[in-house]
Every structure is written in C-alpha cells, then in structure tokens.
Design a binder for this molecule. Structure first.
Ligand SMILES: *[C@@H]1O[C@H](CO)[C@@H](O)[C@H](O)[C@H]1NC(C)=O
Ligand SMILES: *[C@@H]1O[C@H](CO)[C@@H](O)[C@H](O)[C@H]1NC(C)=O
Ligand SMILES: *[C@@H]1O[C@H](CO)[C@@H](O)[C@H](O)[C@H]1NC(C)=O
Ligand SMILES: *[C@@H]1O[C@H](CO)[C@@H](O)[C@H](O)[C@H]1NC(C)=O
Ligand SMILES: *[C@@H]1O[C@H](CO)[C@@H](O)[C@H](O)[C@H]1NC(C)=O
Ligand SMILES: *[C@@H]1O[C@H](CO)[C@@H](O)[C@H](O)[C@H]1NC(C)=O
Length: 395
C-alpha cells in the first residue's frame, strides 16, 4: 500500500540509517536553559502538517515518516514529552495523552510554544473511536464536521430518573431531557471547515481499507447496514466524553444531545475522549494568532461498536472481543497517508493560502462565535447565549 509511492520511498530512506542518538532540542521548564544536540533546525519551526495522536498505539507516524527529531517542551504529557519532526520539519507529530484534561493541556503547550510558528500548519487529528452502527462499522473512517461534548450536563442515576424521562442526562439550565441548555460554558460544540473536509476526503478516494476475517465475523452479528458491511470512509460527527459510555440507551441520549447542540445538523457517529478539549485549546490559540482554526481535520477510525447487536446484553457486547482495534489503527495510516501526500504535493496551488470555510459556519467554529463576526442568522442564538451567560453569573 505504501511502499510503491515516491513519498514513502523517501520517508523510509530517511529513517533507514537508524538513529543511534536522537537529535533533540529541550526547553527546560525548571531552569532558563535550553539544550540542543544534533539538531540542524532553525527555530521557529513551521511544519506544513502537525499530526496529532491521543495515545501510543495511534502513533503510526514516528517510524514510518522518520519523525525522529525530538522537540521536548514543558507542558506536554509526561508520557509523551516531545514532538517529533522529520529532517526538514515539514511534518511533525505529537501525542496528547488520553481524555479531555490531557488533550487540552498538551495541545496548549504545543500551540503556545515559541519554538513553533503554526500559523499556516494543517492539523490532522487521527485517533480510534467507538462507532454508531447506524453510521459505520469497525474499521470505518469518519471525517467530522462537529465535535460535541455530550456529557457536559446534569446526570442522575438511571434508577432514580422520573418515570417519564428517557435518560438520566439533561443539559445545564434546562429542566428535563430534550430541552436545549440555558447555561453555556463555551466548550460544548465546535464546527470545523467543511470545505477543507471535502478537499482532504477526495484524496482518500479509491483507498483500500484494512480489514480482517475476525472483524468481519463479529460485525456479521448485526442484522443491518452499514454495521455488517465492510469498513468505508464516511462523514460523521464525534462526541467527546471522559466517561467511556456504551449501550443503545446512552448512545441515543447522546445522539439527541448532538442534535440539540447542532440544531439538527449534526449526526452522532463516533465517540472519543479528547476532541472538544483539543478544539478549545485551538480556538484560544487562534485568538492569540498562533494558528488558523480553519486548517484542522478531525478523522476518527472505528475500533469498537458503541452498542451491541440485536438481543445482545449491553455489558457483554461492550466487553466482547470485536477485533476492531488493529484495523482501526491500520486505517489511520491508510486514510491519512494520501492526505499527507496531497497537502504536500498541492501545497503551493491549494493549501499554502488556506481553504475558505463554509459561509454558514453555524457556530462560527465555537459556540461563542469568537472567530468571526456574528452573522444575522445566528442573532437569535446569540441572544440565547447572552441569557445563558447571565445565568452563569447567577450560579
Ligand atoms: C524521541 O521521541 C520518541 C517518540 O516519542 C521516543 O521514543 C524517544 O525515546 C525520544 N528520544 C529522546 C532521546 O528523547
Ligand atoms: C529557549 O527557547 C525559547 C523558545 O525559543 C526562548 O524563548 C528562550 O529565550 C530560550 N531560552 C534560552 C535560555 O535560550
Ligand atoms: C414528565 O412529567 C412531568 C409531570 O407531569 C411533566 O411536567 C414533564 O413535562 C414530563 N416530562 C417529560 C419528558 O415528558
Ligand atoms: C491489515 O493489517 C494487518 C496488520 O498490519 C495485516 O497483517 C493485514 O495483512 C492487513 N490486511 C489487509 C487486508 O490489508
Ligand atoms: C431521543 O429523542 C427522541 C425524539 O425526541 C425520543 O423519542 C427518544 O426517547 C430519545 N432517546 C433517549 C434515550 O433519550
Ligand atoms: C435551526 O434550525 C431551524 C429549522 O431548520 C432554522 O429555522 C433555524 O434558523 C436554525 N437556527 C440556527 C441558529 O441556525
């Protein structure tokens, strides 16, 4: 799949004389000393692409792309203390660490570092996720428009919910499930550049996704499509929650919350633990002119179903070996590789100057409309936010 492209020949050539000592730069947060060894870079680095993984297995890049020049910065995860770049620093990679807190802190440390000029960098987030079987299957590759922080709200234990409620989750400031929130924190929903999404998805046309007989056999227990079909590339939105939820009832409840936050335009498809946290760090960095929020791609590959097949017990289904993990990891590399090549090859003609985002950027990237001027269409929504902000002050 990879070795017949010039890009990968180059990348592999770059790592073949395997590095005896890793070229490193280290900014030491505890003293005022920077140290640098074997690095030929001039700071600030301005990579065309910053790949973002969430945990170690998703790092399919450091070895394959030769991202072995380590930039160690204070504020990154202690488990993943450095950002790796290739020899001309055109491609870099970081791992944030799992869940919302790690993702926010690590992303901020990377974005605010003076060692980088990321104002024209494309950020490619690539991680595994749970999948809504009505949107895809294990191994499927989803490209998101929205990320929704679905569990940000009130919760009461399922055994104590009123008899006419469908779930124990309801939104801040509302009085029952199904009502929109009246109190807003600002991290609930982010919308990405869908024109960029179209462009990068084009590069994936014709790719052959990884699959295995074991994964196919497990998914055949579902009696509907696309759950029981081979994996595919699709468009779908991602939920963010520190709680690793599962089962059709919570999935439907959070699907409903996705719909509320996106005014019916979002479709809950994938579930993960980091994306809203990464995006809040990015919106703040954008406001500080450290990056461009219209240059962000969120791709998640499906490692497991968010709910069981017909008649299966929710906990048994959740804990079952679904054989989705390996193919999801493989498909991060398979789907992003032509995109990386495309961005580099078409840099001058297409990407260098940026891809304009859609006109009706519903939330204008974040719910407080920080990034662009308010539009007439969202005036009503603004009023709701104002009321909610007053509500915040009263809490
Ligand atoms: C450089 O980073 C890689 C990937 O995170 C890590 O495995 C390696 O130990 C680091 N090397 C040094 C010298 O810090
Ligand atoms: C270390 O590097 C940072 C970022 O380039 C720079 O702001 C700082 O002045 C450097 N410190 C020293 C002691 O060179
Ligand atoms: C549940 O019943 C209460 C009391 O009758 C009512 O006020 C409320 O609107 C109902 N909620 C739902 C979600 O049906
Ligand atoms: C999927 O990936 C695995 C692990 O890398 C590999 O062994 C297998 O041959 C791949 N399958 C296909 C159909 O490409
Ligand atoms: C989701 O919303 C639909 C439509 O309002 C409702 O019928 C359903 O009960 C909700 N599901 C859950 C689990 O809250
Ligand atoms: C929400 O959707 C409704 C119905 O499609 C539409 O009339 C309204 O303008 C939308 N609101 C926003 C803020 O986009």
């Amino acid at each position: 799949m990879f070795s017949n492209t010039p890009f990968f020949t180059l990348a592999l050539a770059a790592i073949s004389p395997l590095v005896a000592s890793t070229p490193t730069y280290r900014r030491d947060g505890s003293s005022s000393k920077n140290s640098s060894e074997g690095l030929s870079f001039e700071f600030p680095l301005s990579p065309k692409i910053m790949l973002i993984s969430l945990f170690a297995p998703e790092d399919v890049w450091t070895q394959s792309l030769g991202l072995t020049n380590n930039i160690t910065l204070p504020g990154l995860s202690p488990l993943f203390p450095s950002i790796g770049c290739n020899d001309d620093a055109s491609i870099c990679h970081m791992t944030t660490g799992e869940s919302e807190i790690n993702a926010a802190c690590s992303t901020s440390a990377m974005l605010l570092a003076n060692e980088f000029d990321l104002t024209s960098t494309y950020f490619l987030i690539g991680g595994i996720a749970g999948i809504n079987p009505y949107m895809g299957t294990t191994g499927s590759v989803g490209f998101a428009r929205y990320a929704v922080q679905v569990a940000l709200g009130y919760e009461i234990d399922a055994r104590q919910i009123p008899s006419n409620w469908t779930t124990g989750y309801w939104l801040f400031g509302s009085s029952q499930p199904g009502e929109p929130a009246k109190t807003i924190y600002g991290t609930e929903v982010y919308e990405l550049n869908t024109n960029l999404r179209e462009k990068v998805m084009k590069y994936t046309e014709g790719i052959k996704l990884n699959d295995t007989e074991e994964a196919a056999s497990y998914r055949s227990k579902y009696d509907y499509s696309p759950a029981n079909q081979p994996p595919h590339v699709f468009k779908g939105d991602v939920s963010t929650s520190d709680v690793y939820f599962a089962g059709n009832l919570l999935d439907e409840a959070f699907g409903n919350i996705t719909s509320l936050w996106t005014n019916g335009t979002g479709q809950y498809a994938l579930t993960a633990e980091e994306d809203n946290a990464i995006f809040e760090a990015m919106v703040r960095a954008h406001l500080a002119k450290k990056m461009d929020f219209s240059r962000v791609v969120l791709m998640r590959t499906a490692s497991d179903f968010d709910r069981g097949y017909g008649g299966s017990d929710a906990v048994t289904a959740f804990q079952a070996e679904q054989y989705g993990f390996e193919i999801a990891i493989a498909n991060i590399q398979i789907a992003y590789t032509p995109i990386i090549e495309g961005i580099l090859n078409d840099w001058e003609s297409t990407f260098s100057s940026g891809i304009s985002p859609q006109d009706q950027w519903l939330y204008n990237a974040d719910i407080f409309h920080n990034l662009v001027q308010r539009k007439r269409e969202v005036k009503e929504f603004d009023k709701m936010i104002k009321r909610a902000q007053r509500g915040n002050l009263r809490r």
